[in-house]
Ligand binder design. Structure first.
Ligand code: PHB
Length: 390
């Protein structure tokens, strides 16, 4: 088999890249270890920046998003029981975010790729990439157990944090930047109506909490926890008591309901540079991870492949390699902006156990600044709503 762009991974980066390339008449094949059913059933966060929404609408995959997504013109910062609205729209000149879960984005992209005759090999195993500085080949065993070999001009590594593609960049070439936070998020899905119209990011002496949503009937909530804690240590009553305590104040109470999923999310910041080696280009979580506080993960993946798709268009149409040569530098500029923002918002809102008295007071002063300064709120809003994609 032969294609122009071999894409490893059918997540947001891989599928969006395949879709954007198709619109430019460039052929690609996506290989993915999971089945289509598994991908479409994995409930994951989705706070889509304005730029991500606009891209989906402009490229014809935004109909359901426009119908079913929840557009949010702001969010709440809740500090020690007092709510403060961050008016995204007002502070950014009209930008908003849309809450639409990641697996819904994936469903829309998969459906569209298949409608357009796109090739996605689901359920493959033993994927490996070869000769990325010469004539790249992707080898894998397909769902029927047959060995396959896919020759390509370019490989796009969109296979997530634990994928194989990043490892194909020699260690002597790549530089990895990692920060691990001394806490995790305990996340739940509950059958309950929304407790508020907008997301709530709460800072409390007991630790951070986030009140998010999946639909009119399913809510997603998190509270800061010990990263080594175990979900079995927490009864439903204890979970609700903890969440209620962290958002209490102004007479506010969360609407409770049956908890049907619990997990502990580790928190880390990670970047691998360069995001390229020879004809291999990595994108999304394969190249970087952000802590979820700023909700940037999916949006960054999309931003990477917008840059990559444009570079590939110039390469295949005009044999112009300038875009590909500059891919890593262009993409990492935005990546590091988002890294800084995600680190900053995480640091501002969480409780740090081993903090010096000075840093504890400094964190309070910083919160005070964000709550009282229009300029500081503008910086927060601009970063949260996201920089334009172009
Ligand atoms: C989520 O709904 O899972 C979610 C929302 C906002 C975040 C992180 C996660 O910042």
């Amino acid at each position: 088999m032969r294609t122009q762009v071999g894409i490893v991974g059918a997540g947001p980066a891989g599928l969006m890249l395949s879709h954007l390339l198709h619109l430019q008449g460039i052929d690609s094949v996506v290989v993915e270890t999971r089945t289509r059913e598994a991908i479409e059933a994995t409930i994951r966060a989705g706070v889509l920046e304005q730029g991500t929404v606009d891209l989906m609408v402009e490229t014809g995959v935004g109909d359901r998003l426009k119908r079913e997504g929840f557009e949010h013109g702001g969010f709440e910062l809740r500090v020690d029981g007092e709510g403060h609205r961050i008016d995204l729209r007002g502070l950014t000149g009209g930008r908003s975010v849309t809450v639409y879960a990641q697996h819904e984005v994936l469903k829309d992209l998969i459906a569209r790729r298949l409608e357009d005759g796109g090739k996605i090999a689901f359920g493959v195993r033993d994927t490996s990439v070869h000769d990325v500085t010469g004539s790249p080949v992707i080898r894998y065993t397909d769902a029927e157990g047959r060995p396959q070999s896919l020759e390509c001009d370019v490989v796009a590594g969109c296979d997530g944090s634990y994928g194989i593609c990043r490892q194909a960049i020699p260690e002597s070439v790549r530089q990895e930047y990692l920060r691990i936070y001394p806490f995790g998020w305990f996340g739940i899905l509950a059958k309950a109506p929304p407790s508020a119209h907008e997301l709530i990011y709460a800072r409390h002496d007991r630790g951070f909490a986030l009140i998010s949503t999946r639909s009119e009937t399913v809510q997603r909530m998190y509270f800061q926890c010990d990263p080594n804690d175990r979900v079995d240590n927490w009864s439903d009553d204890r979970i609700w008591a903890e969440l209620q305590a962290r958002v209490a104040g102004d007479g506010f109470r969360l609407k409770e309901g049956e908890i049907f999923q619990r997990n502990i999310v580790p928190m880390r910041s990670f970047v691998c540079e360069p995001m390229q080696h020879g004809r291999l280009f990595i994108a999304g979580d394969a190249a970087h991870t952000v802590p979820p506080t700023g909700a940037k993960g999916l949006n960054l993946a999309v931003a990477d492949v917008v840059v990559l798709a444009r570079a590939l268009e110039n390469f295949f149409r005009r044999n112009d390699t300038a875009g590909l040569d500059g891919y890593s530098a262009t993409a990492t500029r935005r990546v590091w902006r988002a890294q800084h923002f995600s680190w900053w918002f995480t640091s501002l809102m969480h409780r740090f156990e081993e903090v010096s008295p000075f840093d504890a007071r400094r964190q309070r002063a910083e919160l005070d600044m964000v709550l009282s300064s229009h300029a500081a709120q503008q910086v927060l809003a601009e970063n949260y709503a996201g920089l334009p994609l172009r």
